[in-house]
Design a protein around this ligand. Structure first.
Ligand code: E4P
Length: 217
């Protein structure tokens, strides 16, 4: 089943989606927390206390030792935290080291299927192919999801495929059809999943007709 995560560091958005009950995890990154203008750790803890699922916290060190140090500190904040490391050689080393310590890793900034193969070999819990950013440069982001699905299925890798950099509901639909395990959505796209003009039109018509139904006092 495809899980729905929110791609945000905005606590109000997380609260809202959690209240509706349709959010199974959350992804954050330095850009998203920069937009909030808040302390990262404090925000992560607040999100973890709302979301009953993995919450990704991203490291910024470029060397494996630094990533491990940052990852261990994040992991101490809450049991829901999982650690994002970039898809680099040092990132793969950090992935292996953190995984060996029992800390779950989300390998981020994946743009080709070979990178996903390496991340799975390094023990990644999640791989994050960025489909929107590939579409932006006229490459087929969705084909990347299909390729990774095929490779993981061929060899029985348990690494979960998280469709990231999602721009619109069609990305969500196609990711689910391609067998992604998770889709992480900006709040706007999460809201769009619920909507259809015929739903609104239908509700209005039912309410208008209900007004015309004779009712006993
Ligand atoms: C995923 O974990 C990333 O935070 C995110 O999806 C990046 O998306 P963007 O390309 O919209 O920045």
């Amino acid at each position: 089943m495809v899980k729905i995560f929110l791609d945000t560091a905005n606590v109000s958005e997380v609260k809202y989606a959690a209240d509706i009950g349709l959010i199974e995890g959350c992804t954050t990154n330095p850009t998203l927390i920069m937009k909030e203008g808040r302390d990262y750790n404090e925000t992560l803890v607040e999100i973890c206390n709302i979301v009953n699922g993995p919450v990704s916290a991203e490291t910024v060190a470029l060397d494996a030792e630094g990533m491990v140090r940052e990852g261990e500190a994040f992991a101490k904040l809450h049991k829901n935290i999982i650690i994002k490391v970039p898809m680099t050689q040092q990132g793969m080393k950090a992935c292996r080291l953190l995984t060996a310590k029992g800390i779950r890793v989300n390998v981020t900034l994946c743009f080709q299927a070979n990178q996903a193969l390496l991340a799975a070999k390094a023990g990644a819990f999640i791989i994050s192919p960025f489909i929107g950013r590939l579409d932006d440069i006229s490459q087929d982001g969705m084909q990347l999801i299909r390729d990774i699905r095929q490779i993981y299925d061929n060899y029985g890798f348990g690494t979960q495929i998280l469709a990231a950099s999602i721009r619109h509901p069609i990305h969500v639909l196609e990711s689910a059809k391609a067998g992604a395990n998770i889709a992480t959505l900006p709040f706007k796209v999460w809201e769009q999943l619920f909507q259809h003009p015929l739903t609104d039109k239908g509700i209005k018509q039912f309410l208008d007709d209900w007004e015309k139904v004779p009712k006993k006092k």
